[in-house]
Design a protein around this ligand. Structure first.
Ligand code: ZN
Length: 500
């Protein structure tokens, strides 16, 4: 007779495999599916999503978890058995609070919101989007009440994307970072130094960009036998199991840097997913901890490694050879400063490493107020623009370049944005520790050797899957809590040096 734990694992594996099949269909939709396939595909994805939700919140899941918990009661807190049941119980208890009717209402509303948002953005008219956004906020508030929270209703929404993080803690971290960043950005933009970037304004053959990107990908340790790179309108990473982790990118011959850094960014995500524990495939532990931890990996590789002087010491000659004649006379210093140019702009996804977080603060502050009801929907454009003026010193000329630029709200995702900055903060703390422990990492990077850095990340973060919560992971690595200090010090040192 099989044990209760085995029965639980079998049940959970079915839910996981269904999710993986759904993810393959979604990946195909973004990459190879012909345009008209969308009608049938939305139904396929919706059905699998509904089935997955139903299986997860079923009485069978509750029974499997409970029986296995009884059977493994004596196990260590961080053992495989206790950890997978803890993660499963958490997922079950969260999702079971959300009735099918609310889940499908949110899905229907966001499907409609997507088209409305596209049109509103085209016309740069927020008032077109306002009514459906109002519905989305209402559903999210309802969701927050059903999920429950101790402090702010935003806690419950944040918890969907970043379990273990409260609004109060996010407030504290962001306030500390903002107090350092806003004056630093002012200092940099007022310094009078403007890095030379003219050489980037030429056409760079996209086949060459792809070849160079693939070289960097495989040097980083992205395993192409367990992954592949395709093209999509918006770059993303999707993972079915650690054996099949795919990334996408887009190429633009007028923009050399966009594809390059998005490739490194997505590869950072993919390395995490490929490093998840294969012996725990299809259990609740073979998954990342949270969006913030995921983002800490992509941003560590993209910014701290990919935009460093050491990295380009190795790769600028390779790039110059790929684009023969186009980068002649561009030295390491010129290139390094160009790829780190700070320009406060309106569009978050195009922003530089330094100003990026200011965009996030604005969205977090507005979302929080929308959820608590202290800000009305119609007041969003004014609040948005005032904050852009105060934090970035610029005033969006219209709603398209202002509060209509991101798709997240149309997707119904409230509480998602903070995870980007959480990832940034964590990335610096992790890197600081990595180079303290393995002192050869900086010189290895200069040689295009990433084995030491990847090995450290694999050992400290990837191989644990979701055994730890966010704060347990940080404590296990640093002995304490996540701190803003290392990130602020990294930014200050890097950008002061470039701009003085
Ligand atoms: Zn990312």
């Amino acid at each position: 007779m099989s044990s209760a734990l085995d029965r639980f694992k079998q049940h959970w594996a079915r839910i996981s495999v269904l999710d993986q099949a759904n993810a393959v269909l979604s990946w195909d939709m973004e990459t190879f599916m012909p345009e008209d396939g969308v009608h049938a595909r939305s139904e396929q994805v919706a059905l699998l999503t509904e089935l997955g939700h139903r299986w997860l919140v079923s009485e069978e899941t509750a029974r499997c978890i409970e029986d296995a918990e009884k059977e493994t009661a004596g196990c260590d807190y961080f053992s495989d058995e206790a950890s997978m049941l803890r993660v499963a119980r958490r997922a079950y208890e969260q999702k079971v609070k959300l009735p099918d009717t609310l889940v499908s209402r949110l899905a229907r509303t966001t499907a409609r919101a997507n088209t409305i948002w596209i049109n509103a953005r085209k016309k740069a008219d927020f008032s077109m989007f306002a009514p459906v956004l109002s519905e989305i906020i209402d559903i999210n508030r309802e969701q927050a009440e059903l999920l429950g929270y101790d402090g702010h209703p935003y806690d419950a929404l944040l918890d969907l994307h970043e379990p273990d993080l409260t609004t109060a803690e996010t407030d504290r971290l962001f306030t500390e970072l903002k107090q350092g960043l806003v004056p630093l950005v002012r200092e940099i933009t007022g310094s009078g130094t403007i890095p030379e970037t003219g050489f980037l304004s030429q056409k760079f053959d996209t086949a060459g960009q792809e070849r160079f990107g693939l070289r960097v990908l495989s040097d980083m340790g992205y395993d192409l036998r367990r992954g592949r790179q395709d093209r999509s309108a918006h770059p993303f990473t999707t993972s079915f199991t650690p054996y099949d982790v795919r990334i996408t990118t887009r190429f633009d011959e007028d923009d050399l840097l966009s594809a390059l850094f998005s490739t490194i960014h997505e590869a950072g995500h993919a390395l995490y997913d490929q490093g998840l524990p294969v012996d725990l495939v299809n259990t609740p532990l073979c998954q990342p901890i949270s969006l913030g931890v995921h983002e800490s990996q992509s941003r560590l590789w993209e910014n701290i490694v990919g935009r460093s002087r050491g990295f380009w010491k190795c790769y600028l000659p390779v790039l110059a050879e790929e684009f023969a004649g186009q980068l002649d006379g561009i030295g390491l210093e010129t290139f390094y400063r160009a790829i780190n140019r700070v320009t406060p702009g309106f569009i978050r996804v195009e922003s530089d490493e330094l100003t990026y977080n200011l965009h996030i603060f604005i969205r977090f502050e507005i979302e929080k107020e929308l959820v608590s009801g202290t800000l009305g929907i119609s007041d969003i454009p004014e609040s948005w623009n005032t904050k852009y003026r105060d934090y970035l010193g610029i005033l969006p000329p219209d709603d398209a370049q202002g509060c209509l630029q991101d798709i997240h709200w149309a997707h119904g995702a409230i509480g998602y944005f903070p995870t980007y900055t959480i990832g940034n903060i964590l990335s610096a703390q992790l890197f600081q520790l990595a180079i303290q422990t393995v002192t050869s990492i900086p010189s290895d990077i200069e040689k295009g050797n990433f084995i030491t850095l990847l090995g450290w990340l694999r050992n400290k973060v990837h191989r644990h899957g979701s055994r730890y919560t966010f704060s347990e992971l940080v404590r296990s690595i640093t002995g304490g809590k996540m701190r803003v200090g290392p990130y602020m010090a990294y930014l200050t040192e890097k950008f002061r040096e470039i701009y003085t």
